[in-house]
Design a protein around this ligand. Structure first.
Ligand SMILES: *Cc1c(COP(=O)(O)O)cnc(C)c1O
Length: 383
C-alpha cells in the first residue's frame, strides 16, 4: 500500500494552499480594484515552498511574483511558472544573461548593471524589463534619488531595456507610529512624479497594505500576510488572515519516569512526580529552536504539553502525563492547530525573542512539505 507523505514522514510541514488563496482574496478585496498584487515568495516562500505557493497565489488573483535573487527566479521558471517575476534584491552585472534568458525583471541601482542588461537583451534579440529602487530612508538597498533619475535617463537611451517599475521599501511600517513611513512615502512620490511613464509603482509591504492602503499605488508586495500572519502586534487585524503553515510530527516512543529521573542532554529537567513522556522526532535541525528547551509547548490530542529537557538536533521530549490517552504515533503539532488547541508561529517567535518570519524561514528543506488543496493532498508543481 502506498502511503501518503504525511503518513510516511515522521516530521513534516503541512501547507494549506486554500489558506494562501483565501488570504490573497481578502487582501485583494481590502485593496480594491486596479492594484497589482505581487506575491513575495522569496526564501522558498517564507519556508512554505515557492512553486506551490506561487501557483496558488496566481490562481487566486496575484499578477506578479517577487523573489530576492536571480537564482530564486530561475527556480520558479524551472518549476514551470510563467508569470512576471520581479527580483527585489541586488542583481550584479554578471547575472545579466541569466536574467534575460529567464525573462526576469531585476531591480537596478547601478548604471553598469543597466548597460549589461541592455547588451544581453540586444544580443538575444529581446527586451528586458527593469525596476528602479529608490532609497527613501531605509538605507539598505536602493539608489539615491538623483541616481534614480539618472538611471531612468540611461534606460531611456538604451535599446532592449524598458523601465517597468519604480519601488521603495519602508523601514518601520509595522510600527504604530507611521511618521517615518509617511515621510518616506512623500519622498517616493516626489521622485515618482518625475517619472510619469512608469507603470508599476510599488512601496507597500504587508504592514503598509494593512495599515496604510493609501500607499498601495499601482502594485503592492505582500509577503507575511500571504502566509496568514500579521507583521507585528501593532498592525491592524481588521483583514482576517489564516495561517497556512503547520509543523507536525508523531510520538515515536512513550515511556514512564520515576520522580527524579532526568530527561535529555545535561539532565536539565527531572520528573517532579511519576510521569509519562513522549519522544518527538523533531529537533533544532528541523527548525525547532533550541531556546524552547524546557519552555516550549506542543499539542497532543488537542492539549498543550510542555517540552522537557533540552531540544536535541533531531529529537525532543514532551510531557504527556496529563494526556493519558496519548498513544504511539499520535500526531504532535509544533506549529498549527489541533482540535481546540493552537500554537502560532507568533507565539513561538515571542518565546525565543524573534519574529514569525525567522521561525517560518528557519524550517530547513530536509523537512518535507505536504500541500493541501480543497482539503486534500496534492503534488507541488514542477517536482
Ligand atoms: C520581503 C519584502 C517584502 C515583503 O514584506 P512583508 O513584510 O513580508 O510583507 C516587500 N518588499 C521587499 C523589498 C521585501 O524585501
Amino acid at each position: 500500500m502506498e502511503m501518503r507523505m504525511s503518513e510516511r514522514a515522521l516530521t513534516w510541514v503541512e501547507v494549506d494552499l486554500d489558506a494562501i488563496r483565501q488570504n490573497v482574496r481578502v487582501l485583494r478585496a481590502h485593496l480594491g480594484d486596479g492594484i497589482h498584487l505581487a506575491a513575495v515568495v522569496k526564501a522558498n516562500a517564507y519556508g512554505h515552498g515557492a512553486p506551490a505557493v506561487a501557483q496558488a497565489a496566481l490562481a487566486a488573483g496575484a499578477e506578479h511574483l517577487a523573489v530576492v535573487s536571480v537564482q530564486e527566479g530561475v527556480e520558479l521558471r524551472q518549476a514551470g511558472l510563467t508569470a512576471p517575476i520581479v527580483i527585489l534584491g541586488y542583481t550584479p552585472e554578471w547575472e545579466a544573461e541569466t536574467v534575460v534568458e529567464n525573462g526576469l525583471a531585476p531591480t537596478v541601482t547601478r548604471p553598469e548593471v543597466v548597460l549589461a542588461l541592455s547588451q544581453a537583451a540586444v544580443t538575444r534579440g529581446t527586451r528586458v524589463r527593469v525596476h528602479i529602487k529608490v532609497d527613501t530612508g531605509l538605507h539598505r538597498f536602493g539608489a539615491e534619488p538623483r541616481e534614480a533619475l539618472a538611471l531612468r535617463d540611461l534606460i531611456a537611451s538604451l535599446p532592449g531595456i524598458e523601465l517597468e517599475g519604480l519601488s521603495t521599501h519602508f523601514a518601520s511600517a509595522d510600527e504604530a507610529d507611521k511618521t517615518f513611513t509617511r515621510e518616506q512615502f512623500a519622498l517616493y512620490q516626489q521622485i515618482a512624479h518625475q517619472m510619469p511613464e512608469v507603470r508599476l509603482r510599488h512601496a507597500a509591504n504587508s504592514s503598509a497594505v494593512l495599515d496604510l492602503p493609501e500607499t498601495a499605488l499601482t502594485m503592492v508586495r505582500i509577503g507575511i500576510a500571504l502566509y496568514g500572519l500579521y507583521p507585528s502586534l501593532d498592525v491592524s487585524r481588521d483583514v482576517p488572515l489564516r495561517p497556512a503553515l503547520s509543523l507536525k510530527s508523531r510520538l515515536a516512543r512513550l515511556h514512564g519516569l520515576e520522580t527524579g529521573d532526568p530527561v535529555s542532554y545535561g539532565c536539565t529537567w527531572r520528573a517532579q512526580r511519576p510521569s509519562r513522556v513522549g519522544l518527538v522526532p523533531c529537533g533544532y535541525a528541523h527548525g525547532l529552536r533550541r531556546a524552547l528547551s524546557n519552555t516550549g509547548m506542543m499539542l497532543v490530542r488537542g492539549r498543550r504539553v510542555p517540552i522537557r529537557g533540552r531540544i536535541c538536533m533531531d529529537q525532543c521530549v514532551v510531557d504527556v502525563t496529563d494526556v493519558p490517552e496519548a498513544e504511539l504515533h499520535d500526531e504532535v503539532v509544533i506549529i498549527g492547530r489541533q482540535r481546540d488547541g493552537e500554537i502560532t508561529a507568533d507565539e513561538v517567535a515571542t518565546q525565543v525573542g524573534t519574529i514569525s518570519y525567522e521561525i517560518l524561514t528557519g524550517i530547513p528543506p530536509r523537512v518535507p512539505r505536504v500541500y493541501l488543496q480543497d482539503g486534500a493532498q496534492m503534488e507541488p508543481p514542477g517536482i
